[in-house]
Design a protein around this ligand. Structure first.
Ligand code: KIV
Ligand code: ZN
Length: 518
């Protein structure tokens, strides 16, 4: 039996997802929740990428206790110095330095020979060791590299002092069999690999990231690099919740220990969804809306008679509700506070609690049953609110079949006073957005619009998430309402308020980093 370390890279590789740009406060909040989840290592960012990235890693290193805080660095002196400085305040800090292993990377990206890559890896691991004992070494694209060269790199990095050797399948090319075999062969060809932690880092291009990571564990890897909800570059990374629950539920098969508090999984997953704006598909294992829902009569009947007929794990085990509904318009403040605490919200101020209770009562008036999901949505909306510079005063719309052109009227309270506009559009949401656009002080492009029902039934809350790009700055807006047009307009107003508060992040700086030598 081994202890498998969970290395979370949501804030670094996960943030490399297209359209995702987290600000320092959001990263900090996620990092604190990862610490509560019990991850062993948090890869907090890539400090050389931008001053913003440096500050995030540095703040997390200062504030977040428990996990090792890790900063990424290419095999460049400046990168390593920057990463070292960023993690300096951490209780436990790690520098993760990386190069590439495949010929295609060496030829076209690094423009280095194998000898040069080996030499630089040796030097930079040694250099990183001058700042911290905990040094991780990675060579990108190991799965498409010559295995002999991978062994050489692993040997060199261990000799230089690396304590963790990561074997990335950067392009998601491997199958469980061949990725597992690569790990096995590393142990066979480089016996000193038994003295360090061999780590997996898989991407999901062929949908095999989780299977590949677990195959690596079966072949001796003791660290899994993964992200919450599996977010990341292209098709994403290994999903933390899937790996963790596989190791937990199938301990009979894997036989390993992990240090994760599984009951925090759902909370962190929702938090990451909210801050990144990346919606979790309903059928996503563990955290998707349908992951514990039983639809067919046969399944429902089975589960009512005995849960284990169709459930291999309890919803409560990952911090989700078992029952569907329980709160309604007669529920009092105390019951509401108790339910919030059960959902993980124990430290809300009295003022927030009062606001939320009022919203809960309004919602209970609008719909008969208020579910845990509704309550979570209320809290999440409330906690992502910023100062209300713009406030929706009124929205009215008309739509119908038979050649009727949808129209909308929106009245907004703005710093310049009350403004009102009307517009026609391809549907009431489009018409409302066009009316709002006429009143928008800074131009922005709508990059993504997502509408999701929270719960079932025609009275379900509609949750609208939008992503806009305002002169290179990414801003997410989100709102809920039992009326989807109303929710859409509120999400737009949320964006206006976030732009006014200066919340949003430019991604260009990080995107300009390449693998070539500076
Ligand atoms: O996918 C990859 O190879 C990476 C490395 C930087 C570890 O993210
Ligand atoms: Zn990666």
């Amino acid at each position: 039996m081994a202890y498998i370390k969970i290395f979370d890279t949501t804030l670094r590789d996960g943030e490399q997802s297209p359209g995702v740009a987290l600000n320092t406060l959001q990263k900090l909040e996620i990092a604190h929740s990862l610490a509560r989840l019990g991850v062993d290592i948090i890869e907090a960012g890539f400090p050389i990428a931008s001053d913003g990235d440096f500050d995030c890693v540095n703040r997390i290193a200062k504030d977040v206790k428990g996990p090792v805080i890790c900063g990424l660095a290419r095999t460049h002196k400046l990168d390593i110095e920057r990463a070292a400085k960023a993690i300096e305040p951490a209780e436990k800090g790690r520098i993760h330095t990386f190069t590439s292993a495949s010929d295609v990377h060496l030829k076209y990206m690094l423009k280095q020979t194998r000898e040069q890559v080996l030499e630089l890896s040796d030097q930079m691991v040694r250099y990183a060791k001058e700042f911290t004992d905990d040094v991780e070494f990675s060579a990108q694209d190991c799965m498409r590299a010559d295995p002999e060269f991978v062994y050489q790199l692993v040997r060199a990095a261990i000799a230089a002092g690396a304590t963790t050797i990561n074997i990335p399948d950067t392009t998601g090319y491997g199958t469980p069999q061949d990725y597992g075999l690569l790990i096995k062969n590393i142990f066979q060809n480089v016996p000193e690999a038994h003295q360090v932690s061999i780590s997996t880092h898989c991407h999901d291009d062929l949908g095999m990231a989780v299977a590949n990571s677990l195959a690596a564990v079966e072949n001796g890897a003791t660290q899994i690099e993964c992200t919450i909800n599996g977010i990341g570059e292209r098709a994403g990374n290994t999903s933390l919740e899937e790996c963790v629950m596989a190791l937990y539920t199938r301990k009979d098969h894997y036989g390993h220990e992990i240090g994760i508090n599984t009951r925090e999984i759902y909370f962190v997953s929702r938090l990451v969804q909210r801050h990144t704006g990346m919606q979790i598909p309903p059928n996503k294992a563990i955290v998707g809306d349908n992951a514990f829902a039983h639809e067919s009569g046969i399944h429902q009947d089975g589960v009512i008679k005995h849960k284990e007929t169709y459930e291999i794990m309890n919803a409560e085990l990952v911090g989700r509700e078992a029952g569907v509904l329980v709160m309604g318009k007669h529920s009092g403040r105390n019951a509401f506070r108790t339910r919030l605490a059960e959902l993980g919200y124990t430290d809300l101020s009295q003022e927030k609690l009062n606001d939320l209770f009022k919203q809960f009562k309004d919602l209970a008036d609008a719909k008969q049953h208020v579910t845990n999901e509704d309550i979570l949505a209320l809290v999440e909306t409330e906690s992502s609110k910023v100062a209300e510079v713009y406030r929706l005063e009124h929205v009215q719309f008309q739509s119908g079949t038979g050649g009727m052109t949808p129209s909308a009227l929106v009245r907004l309270s703005t710093p310049e006073g009350i403004m009102e506009e009307t517009a026609l559009g391809d549907g009431p949401v489009d018409a409302s957005f066009k009316a709002l656009k006429k009143m928008t002080p800074v131009p922005f492009e709508l990059e993504a619009y997502d509408l999701k029902a929270i719960g079932k039934g025609t009275d379900a809350l509609g949750e609208v998430s939008i992503r806009v790009n305002s002169e290179g700055q990414i801003v997410h807006g989100r709102a809920i309402s039992t009326d989807v047009v109303h929710a859409s307009v509120l999400a737009y107003v949320d964006v206006l308020n976030k732009l006014a508060a200066g919340i949003g992040r430019h991604k260009e700086a990080a995107n300009q980093i390449t693998m070539s030598m500076p």
